[in-house]
Design a protein around this ligand. Structure first.
Ligand SMILES: NC(=O)c1ccc[n+]([C@@H]2O[C@H](COP(=O)([O-])OP(=O)(O)OC[C@H]3O[C@@H](n4cnc5c(N)ncnc54)[C@H](O)[C@@H]3O)[C@@H](O)[C@H]2O)c1
Length: 254
């Protein structure tokens, strides 16, 4: 059977570690040629190196998703180097302050909105315009969260951004589906990454307790999210559109 993303050109944000890095590795394994980006250049260079060691193709680029010009450079590099853009994984995100809503700072609120929400909107604008221009459509996957479906103590503003990402995803699906651009989101549960380890260390609870939050009794792995993302980007998911794919080991069943 052919690899799922054979011949596709893709971009990934926040690909320096965690879900973004492992998803890029899965996408490349499935045949996509990629521009991998992150605010941390050294880390995303390492991701590109891992991809090329595994036989794939990826160019690294420093991109702060909060800067519109960086996102423009990301789309432009994919098009200038590879000729087109078929799939985009808008993944970069931060968890922000672990504070109760009434104690949350204005600066913390603005930063979360800029990185987790405005950047996704800006990236989608650029990606959709490129996909429409080249014809033949494309697939966009945005990283939401189970925090886009339910609330969580100490993460109110984070949850607000992730709910809003689903609003952008579903509305764009309505607007661009007829022109061949599929737009979906992935909602990870508790995936063991540097972000989650930092969040847990701020709560005073143990990694072991958190690992049991999901009914499967363990953390998710970043590559398990990558499998879902690669599939959503592929033509095998051709009927899946405007969907929030929950990959949470059953966390939101209760
Ligand atoms: N880990 C989880 O359990 C979990 C659950 C639900 C949703 N998510 C979401 O998944 C995404 C990835 O999370 P992760 O756990 O892999 O986090 P992580 O912190 O391990 O990795 C995030 C990556 O994004 C990069 N980044 C941060 N700010 C950036 C910016 N302004 N511009 C470009 N890159 C930036 C970081 O350098 C890092 O490489 C985030 O959107 C997060 O909200 C994670």
């Amino acid at each position: 059977m052919a690899a799922m993303l054979e011949g596709k050109i893709g971009i990934v944000t926040g690909a320096g570690q965690g879900i973004g890095r492992e998803s890029a590795l899965v996408m490349a394994r499935e045949g996509a040629r990629l521009v991998v980006s992150d605010i941390n250049l050294a880390m995303v260079e390492e991701t590109a190196h891992l991809i090329s060691q595994a036989g794939g193709t990826a160019l690294p680029l420093k991109v702060d998703v909060a800067r519109g010009e960086d996102l423009q450079a990301l789309v432009e590099l994919a098009v200038s180097h590879f000729g087109r853009l078929d799939c985009a994984f808008n993944n970069a995100g931060i968890s922000g302050e672990g504070a109760l809503l009434a104690d949350f700072s204005e600066e913390g609120y603005d930063l979360l909105m800029a990185v987790n929400l405005k950047a996704v909107w800006r990236a989608m604008k650029l990606e959709i315009k490129q996909m429409l221009k080249q014809g033949g459509g494309g697939a966009i996957v945005n990283t939401s969260s189970v925090g886009g479906l339910v609330g969580k103590e100490h993460l109110s503003v984070y949850c607000a951004t992730k709910h809003a990402v689903l609003g952008l995803t579903k509305s764009a699906a309505l607007e661009y589906g007829a022109q061949g651009v599929r737009v979906n989101a992935v909602c990870p549960g508790v995936v063991r990454t540097p972000m989650v380890e930092a969040v847990i260390s701020g709560t005073g609870t143990s990694l072991d307790d958190w690992s049991k939050l999901q009914p499967i009794g363990r953390f998710g792995t970043p590559s398990e999210i990558g499998e879902a993302v690669a599939w959503l980007c592929s033509d095998r998911a051709s009927l899946v559109h405007g969907h929030a794919l929950v990959a949470d080991g059953g966390l939101t069943c209760a």
